[in-house]
Ligand binder design. Structure first.
Ligand SMILES: [Mg+2]
Length: 304
């Protein structure tokens, strides 16, 4: 590109011309492959909807369409194997915690609101109430130890069908310092099918042979049931558990000042047992053939 000396364009004009020229050529064929809401982030060219790999957890509506998701997944798995890690996808509700609206608490549970800690102080205790006093949450016994120990063996991702604001609040309770999940939180909009009915590993970068799932619901993982370790659902509050309501119907009136709540064991409850299983799978994976494609967690899970 040449400019006459008596009409030297300003720096910004040059950039503008270069940008225009590049955009012109980009319009012919856009290969950048980073569209956001149908506009390529780099060339600003309008692109058609693509079935790329969604990166909504980085930036809503961002996807990579030119990078092959399979290649990206393999690269990610190779990187993690170098760290001696597999991947673990975790559901929230009834898997890691139980959360309900305070208005649904039974008479016998209502006093729990007074024992709960405000969510803005997530490192204190395991029973929390939100700032408006509308939701109460109980973390599953052993969950903090579980996350700490599992994080040494797995890269962990949260995958919930709940809305993003709720998911972010719950993740903050589980991971106050943001060291376990970072931005790896998949929410309702990341689910697939009518009514966001299903969760899918296609949204989680990594090879499916290296990913395990913990969820209390099998039907939401229709295409990935072989990766699933189905959890016994966690119900702490009486509401939401028919079985518990029936067993404790006699306690509902009058309200008790300090109900003795039944809860799972820290030492040999479902999360402690699941951690032992995860350790075994991790150990067998790396003892046998720790290459991508060399071993499959789905096979190991079936054998145990
Ligand atoms: Mg669940």
């Amino acid at each position: 590109m040449e400019f006459a000396l008596d009409h030297k364009p300003s720096h910004s004009t040059v950039i503008g011309m270069l940008w225009k020229s590049r955009s012109k050529s980009a319009k012919k064929k856009c290969l950048h492959g980073m569209p956001r809401t149908s506009i390529d982030c780099y060339s600003q060219v309008s692109v058609s909807a693509q079935k790329g790999l969604g990166f909504d957890f980085l930036n809503r509506s961002l996807s990579l369409r030119c990078i092959n998701p399979t290649k990206l997944g393999k690269r990610k798995s190779v990187h993690l194997l170098g760290l001696k890690k597999l991947q673990l996808v975790l559901d929230l509700d009834h898997t890691l915690l139980h959360s309900i609206q305070c208005s649904r608490l039974t008479a016998s549970d209502r006093c729990l609101k007074n024992l709960a800690v405000r969510e803005c102080d997530p490192k204190c205790g395991d029973l929390f109430i939100d700032v408006k006093g509308e939701w109460i949450t109980k973390l599953r016994p052993f969950v903090r130890s579980f996350l700490k120990e599992a994080s040494a063996l797995f890269e962990m991702t949260v995958f919930t069908r709940a809305q993003k604001p709720y998911a972010e609040r719950m993740v903050k309770l589980l991971d106050p310092d943001g060291c376990y999940f970072k931005s790896r939180v998949m929410v309702r909009e990341d689910c697939i099918g009518e009514g966001y009915k299903y969760k899918s590993l296609t949204k989680v970068p990594g090879m499916e042979s290296n990913i395990l799932i913990l969820d209390d619901k099998e039907n939401v993982w229709a295409n990935h049931s072989r990766n699933l370790i189905q959890m016994e659902p966690y119900h702490y509050f009486a509401c939401g558990s028919l079985k518990y309501n029936m067993l404790n119907a006699s306690m509902d009136a009058p309200a008790l000042a300090n109900p003795i709540k039944m809860d799972e064991s820290e030492d040999d409850g479902p999360l402690a047992m699941t951690l032992a299983l995860l350790r075994e799978i991790h150990s067998r994976y790396f003892d046998s053939d720790p290459r991508v494609g060399g071993m499959d967690v789905r096979t190991l899970l079936r054998e145990l």
